[in-house]
Design a protein around this ligand. Structure first.
Ligand code: KIV
Length: 258
């Protein structure tokens, strides 16, 4: 097993796992130093391309962004999201994963779905592809508005079974997206692999956020997002300074000229 994955597994019940997204080298470089896992998520479809659904993201887009992120990631585990319709069968999932890993040198793949993904996850793991699961709200298969999961007993039972099945099939961790706190806690306590929450409360073993959201570059109204910075303002200030310097002929100065 990959040493980075071993380290992440050891954090369960000891210290929180930090996971963040990166779609390119510059952000990846900053995030890598502080994170355990850097995820090239298919959220890039909405964040960068303004798609109304992640279903429009394809494998080549994911590969190009992961190649860029790879240049910035030195110490963290680099995970690529397998996009929609690239892992519908065991053979398709293996082919997509092998291509993604070969071309990007990433460490692992993430797939959405619980119990229904059992055979596919088992097959990937058997073929030495490390897999991060993703249950709860799974944007690739959610039509319409996202609704948090685990409110009633049947949803709770299903989520618990999803998580247990993914663990049993060899996933090294599971993203829990938009899951009620009590069931996040129950899932986290009932499996030996780490849970990484997004909108799934502090009860998870780790947390993930879309970096563009937390730095205030991307506007989002999801309740689970907290803005930890306002990078948009910093960029705006720099752009205004540049514009004024150009207009006043203060830039480029002699120093910036040949
Ligand atoms: O696509 C993504 O960025 C994700 C995370 C939000 C978990 O799946």
């Amino acid at each position: 097993m990959n040493n980075k994955i071993k380290k992440i597994l050891k954090k369960k019940n000891k210290s929180k796992i930090v996971c963040l997204t990166a779609y390119s080298k510059n952000i990846a470089e900053i995030v890598d130093y502080h994170a355990d896992i850097v995820l090239v998520g298919d959220s890039l479809g909405s964040v960068l391309y303004n798609y109304d659904t992640t279903r429009k993201v394809n494998l080549n887009m994911m590969i190009e962004h992961t190649k860029s992120a790879r240049m910035g990631v030195k110490k963290s585990l680099l995970v690529i999201d397998l996009p929609y319709n690239t892992y519908r069968s065991k053979s398709e999932a293996l082919k997509s994963s092998k291509k993604a890993i070969k071309e990007t040198k990433c460490d692992a793949v993430k797939v959405e779905g619980g119990t229904r993904m059992k055979e596919i996850v088992k097959h990937l793991v058997k073929n030495r592809i490390p897999v991060l699961g993703h249950i709860g709200v799974t944007p690739q298969t959610t039509i319409g508005k996202f609704r948090s999961k685990g409110k009633n007993e049947s949803e709770k039972r299903k989520l618990l079974k999803d998580a247990q099945d993914l663990e049993q099939c060899g996933a090294f961790g599971i993203v829990l997206e938009c899951i009620y706190s009590d069931i996040s806690k129950q899932i986290t306590n009932s499996i030996n692999i780490p849970t990484i929450g997004i909108g799934a409360s502090v009860n998870c073993d780790g947390q993930v956020l879309v970096t563009d959201d937390l730095i205030g570059l991307n506007e989002t109204k999801f309740r689970f997002v907290k803005k930890f910075g306002n990078i948009k303002k910093n960029i705006k200030d720099a752009v205004i300074k540049y514009k004024n310097s150009v207009k006043k002929k203060k830039f480029p100065s002699k120093k910036n000229s040949y």
